[in-house]
Design a protein around this ligand. Structure first.
Ligand code: AMP
Length: 293
C-alpha cells in the first residue's frame, strides 16, 4: 500500500488509475478505524480496483466547542488495518494540503444541512460537503463509499453529487454494530466503562421503536414519545433529538407510511452519539415494513 501525502501526487496517481480503464473506489475516513470503516473498504474491494482510502481529520466539520483536538488519532494502527484490508493507496494529507493559506470556497447543501445534526452542529455539514467535494475532485473515483451510521450525511452527499452533476456514484453501506448492538463509532473510545453500558440505551430505544412498528404503530408522535421515555430512563443519557423523518428530505412525518429514518442523537456523559433505524414499506402501499437496523 502506498501512502500519498500531497494533493498533486494523489491527482496524478488517480489520473493514471483512471487512464488504465480501471474502476476507482474511494473510501473517505477520519481514521481511528473500526469494523464499520473496514466494511466500507470490503465493499469497495468487491466493486473496484484500485481502492483508495483517505484519512483526514477535517477541522472544518468540527464546531469551536467540539472535540477536534482530542479526536482519536491512531495513524500507525490505521495504516496496518488498511494494508490488511487490501487498500491500494492511502491518501493522508496534512491540513495545509487541503486548506492552503487563502482557502475560501465552500460547498453547502441548503435545507438538508440545516436540520437535525445541522441544527445541533452549525456549520458541520458545510465542512463535510466541502471536504468530500474536494476529495471527489482530487480522486475523481467511479464509486465513493459512505456508511448509513451517518444517515443524514450520506443523504446530503448523495444530494450534492446529484446537484453538482458529479460522475461519482455515491454508495451507502449498512450500519455496523458491536455484538451487543452499540453502533460502532470512533467516539465510543471516549466512553468510560459505566458510560459504555449506558450507551446501549440508544440501541434499546431503537429496538423498542422497531417493536412498536412491527406491532402496527405508525404514528410518529407516539413513537417519539416512547423513544424519549426510554432515553430518559438512563441516568447518564441526555437526548439531543429523537425524531422520525422521511428518508428523502429528512423532514418530520406524521405517519410511517414511506421510507423513514428513526434518528437519535444522545449525550452519554459528555460524549455525543448518533444512531438510527431505517424503515420502509415492503412494497409501495404495503402495510408490511422492512427494517434496516
Ligand atoms: P468517520 O471516520 O467517522 O468520518 O467515518 C468514515 C465513514 O465510515 C463514514 O462514511 C461513516 O458513515 C462510516 N462509518 C462510521 N461508523 C460506521 C458504522 N458503525 N457502520 C458503517 N459505517 C460507518
Amino acid at each position: 500500500m502506498e501512502t500519498i501525502r500531497t494533493v498533486a501526487w494523489m491527482k496524478e496517481h488517480a489520473r493514471q488509475a483512471r487512464a488504465g480503464n480501471r474502476i476507482v473506489g474511494l473510501v473517505p475516513t477520519m481514521g481511528a478505524l473500526h469494523a464499520g470503516h473496514l466494511s466500507l473498504i470490503e465493499r469497495a474491494k468487491r466493486e473496484c480496483s484500485p481502492v483508495i482510502a483517505s484519512i483526514f481529520v477535517n477541522p472544518k466539520q468540527f464546531g469551536a466547542n467540539e472535540d477536534f483536538a482530542k479526536y482519536p488519532r491512531a495513524f500507525e494502527i490505521d495504516m496496518q488495518k488498511m494494508e490488511q484490508a487490501g487498500v491500494d493507496s492511502l491518501f493522508a494529507p496534512e491540513e495545509s494540503e487541503i486548506y492552503p493559506n487563502g482557502f475560501s470556497t465552500y460547498v453547502n447543501v441548503e435545507g438538508l444541512s440545516e436540520r437535525l445534526e445541522g441544527r445541533s452542529r452549525p456549520g458541520h455539514f458545510r465542512g463535510v460537503t466541502t471536504v468530500v467535494m474536494k476529495l471527489l475532485q482530487i480522486v475523481q473515483p467511479n464509486f465513493a463509499y459512505f456508511g448509513r451510521k451517518d444517515a443524514q450525511q450520506a443523504r446530503i452527499i448523495t444530494h450534492m453529487a446529484r446537484d453538482l452533476n458529479l460522475d461519482t456514484e455515491i454508495v451507502v453501506c449498512p450500519l455496523v454494530r458491536e455484538p451487543d448492538g452499540l453502533a460502532l463509532s470512533s467516539r465510543n473510545a471516549y466512553l468510560s466503562k459505566e458510560e459504555r453500558k449506558a450507551a446501549l440505551v440508544l440501541y434499546r430505544a431503537l429496538e423498542a421503536a422497531k417493536n412498536e412498528l412491527t406491532h402496527g404503530v405508525r404514528d410518529a408522535a407516539q413513537l417519539q414519545t416512547s423513544l424519549r421515555r426510554k432515553l430518559e430512563s438512563e441516568r447518564l443519557a441526555t437526548a439531543d433529538y429523537a425524531e422520525v423523518v422521511d428518508a428523502e428530505r429528512f423532514e418530520p412525518v406524521l405517519k410511517v407510511n414511506k421510507p423513514c429514518y428513526v434518528l437519535l442523537a444522545v449525550f452519554i456523559g459528555k460524549t455525543r452519539l448518533i444512531d438510527n433505524l431505517y424503515v420502509e414499506p415492503k412494497s409501495t402501499g404495503s402495510e408490511e415494513l422492512v427494517f434496516h437496523f
